[in-house]
Design a protein around this ligand. Sequence first.
Ligand SMILES: [Zn+2]
Length: 322
Amino acid sequence: MHRRHFLGSSAAWAAYGAQSEGPGRQYARGAVMGTAGAEELVIERAQTGKPHAGKVLAAIQPHADDIPFFAAGTVAKLIEEGYTGYLIRVTNDDMAGPGTIADTVMANEKDNEELAKTLGLVGAFDLNYNNHRMDEVSPSELRSRFIFLFRLLRVDTIFCYDPWGHYEENPDHYVTALAVESACWMSGGSKDYPEHMAAGLKTKGVAERYYYARGPQLVNRVVDIAPTIETKIDALCVNKAQGPGGDNGIRLRDRLAKQGLRLAILGGDDRTANREYARNFLLRDEEEIGRRHGLKYAEQFHYIGPRPSAVDEYVKQNAQPL
Ligand SMILES: [Zn+2]
């Protein structure tokens, strides 16, 4: 289960933020705005054309359902705006799904392949670690695999769990997040894994990061996903092995039918039942985040972007011809 759990009341968090930062700053529910690194909240809206053409994103998820829950609307938005995208699944999801362990692995693998297609991603990588056991994985091995992929795919932007999100209890989430965080900058260093360069790769630091979380988080970016909500619903529905999207609309419809009941919202066919189940029951957080910012549906992140160089800025403004 990957729903967000928020601590305390929004008023309590607002009071915390006001104490730390002074009044007048915007706070998202669940966001803790400390004195270090506090930034203005940015609302990211749909852009026309293909402003991101030529850029590459990697949607990284420990499990097959993480991106569908927390970032599918934003990933779909960026793909529509020109990004080329890849999906990286870190575990084999062998603890979450139907049948035997082998059945579970197979079902999640198929879901993940379908998710990549649904989001318009051009490729998917499975790192194939055991589910729930990532705290026994070598941190440097995991980091080196991300560095290799960032250099190979020329990744500009990643989506991943927030390595500094609070109260995360799944080791697959926080171990992955910490490895990705360090890989993002180490992949830009020529002394890290020089054999990659000998094999023909080039260094490539990752400049933009969208960190999602299921607990309290320092939120500085809210993305309007109303234009891509249908794709997010599709992403929730292809996640059949572990839901809670998948075929749950069909299951609810059939369970009610045995009781002589029906829900009009579930429509008259399987696809409609699943999609409307997702729309009506699985988007409450997206509606709530959106409501706070005047949007119909939104996803929220801690975003880290490229930082302008003070030297470059100064040279641009002050350099004169010899
Ligand atoms: Zn997960």
